[in-house]
Ligand binder design. Structure first.
Ligand SMILES: CC[C@@H](C(=O)O)C(=O)SCCNC(=O)CCNC(=O)[C@H](O)C(C)(C)COP(=O)(O)OP(=O)(O)OC[C@H]1O[C@@H](n2cnc3c(N)ncnc32)[C@H](O)[C@@H]1OP(=O)(O)O
Length: 395
């Protein structure tokens, strides 16, 4: 693994961001830099506030403006787009520019001065994660299991069958850790998200929900899960939710954080939030609208209706109805379905996911820039040269 740790002081140069960040607290950062991908993940710490940001970096030689700083002969420029965070009141920082100094112990000098990185996606927030971590730890049960195979396909398994795979507190923490592990899995191409023992997931563990039913904890859990599911959706892997049995509440929301959904006959997806006196809080409503449109999303959320495979297919929530129902055969079917999209070089598959996600999440201009940058990483690459050598015909 090429990752290097960085830490140091942080200077904020955008007037807007300076105004938004609490000035009384020292601002510092810690982070990791993936040298292979030129991808930088950093947690900015302002007192009790923590922002989790990720970006690629462009390395150039000029250094004159405020946003650039010459570090050991290499100017670093980090752009964080649309940084959103919450202190007591909501703040939004547009285009915060960070400059890093005294931190380049990682030998960036030896890097090629060529931009090779992944895109700069909008960042996700992370507020007082430690506070909620302590509380989540008090609600144990089940696990989130990750199996990665040699072909670049992983299985992420929600494993708490005694409670129909409801998410206990520790499972939420596990889930975040497994997603982080996948973020670092550079050979990966595809991901199947499924539940143990023939059912998907019944949402949050209601015992934990009851114990943390105050609004403060509710918001913290909501942000924690939004963060993790956003990271899941942005993984450079083609992901599929294999829905067997029931996907309820948070479980239904989880299906929307995958690129595709496959359902077995007899299974159902159901946004039961209305009946719980709630709306989705794990980002499920936001994603659902993108998947099935405003009107269909409004219908599903306001009726809390059961979505069976046929309805799911009709409204575009579901991509395929699987013919098998037993666990092993379903999994095999799901793997075969996914293989249609994950064949070939992992670099290319990951790049495809990258440009598609950035096309959806970024402005047209930002996405075009990202596409150019990703294109630049592939032009003349091994896969590209090999294809040229083979003189392929596409008829
Ligand atoms: C909506 C907000 C959202 C969030 O943002 O956090 C949530 O996800 S809240 C949770 C929403 N989900 C539910 O309300 C599910 C409630 N449970 C059911 O509807 C049913 O249990 C089921 C999931 C449809 C399964 O029904 P069935 O097949 O008949 O099995 P059982 O009912 O006997 O369940 C077995 C066992 O599992 C326990 N269980 C199921 N789901 C949960 C859950 N989410 N949290 C805690 N425990 C759950 C169920 O209580 C049974 O246990 P015992 O009663 O001890 O036998």
């Amino acid at each position: 693994m090429d990752d290097k740790s960085l830490s140091g002081d942080l200077q904020l140069f955008s007037a807007e961001s300076v105004a938004a960040v609490p000035q009384e607290s020292g601002t510092s950062f810690r982070g990791t830099f993936d040298q292979r991908l030129c991808f930088f993940r950093v947690t900015v710490v302002c007192g009790r506030l923590e922002l989790l940001l990720s970006a690629n970096i462009s390395i150039g030689k000029e250094s004159s403006t405020n946003e650039r700083l010459d570090c050991e002969g290499i100017a670093l420029k980090l752009y964080f787009y649309r940084v959103r965070y919450f202190v007591r009141k909501k703040c939004q920082v547009q285009m915060a520019m960070f400059c890093i100094h005294k931190c380049l112990k990682c030998g960036l000098r030896n890097q090629t001065l060529k931009q090779r990185g992944l895109s700069v996606y909008t960042s996700v927030y992370r507020v007082n994660e430690d506070d909620i971590k302590e509380k989540l730890q008090q609600h144990p049960g089940g696990s989130i299991d990750l199996q990665k195979d040699q072909n670049g396909i992983a299985n992420l398994i929600i494993n708490n069958p005694e409670r129909k795979n409801a998410f206990s507190g520790t499972m939420m923490l596990d889930f975040r850790d497994r997603v982080e592990e996948l973020e670092h899995w550079t050979n990966g191409k595809g991901l199947i998200v499924r539940g143990a023992e023939n059912t998907f997931c019944s949402g949050s563990d209601l015992r934990a929900v009851k114990a943390m039913s105050n609004p403060e904890d509710g918001l913290r859990i909501c942000m924690f899960m939004q963060n993790t599911l956003t990271r899941l959706l942005r993984l450079p892997l083609i992901s599929v939710a294999l829905v067997q049995g029931k996907a309820l509440g948070g479980g239904a929301e989880l299906t929307t954080a995958c690129d595709f959904r496959l359902m077995t006959s007899g299974s159902e997806i159901r946004f039961v939030h209305k009946h719980m006196g709630l709306v989705p809080g794990w980002g499920g409503a936001t994603r659902l609208i993108k998947l099935i449109g405003y009107r269909n999303a409004l219908k599903l959320l306001s009726s809390a209706q059961h979505v069976n495979p046929a309805t799911g297919l009709k409204i575009g929530l579901v991509d395929e109805i699987l013919s098998s129902t037993d666990e092993g055969s379903c999994l095999e079917e799901a793997e075969n379905w996914l293989n249609q999209y994950t064949g070939g070089s992992s670099q290319v598959i990951r790049a495809i996911k990258n440009v598609v996600v950035s096309g959806r999440e970024l402005s047209q201009e930002e996405s075009l820039k990202n596409e150019k940058s990703i294109f630049g990483t592939l032009w003349g690459s091994h896969a590209n040269l090999k294809a040229l050598d083979q003189n392929i015909k596409h008829n």
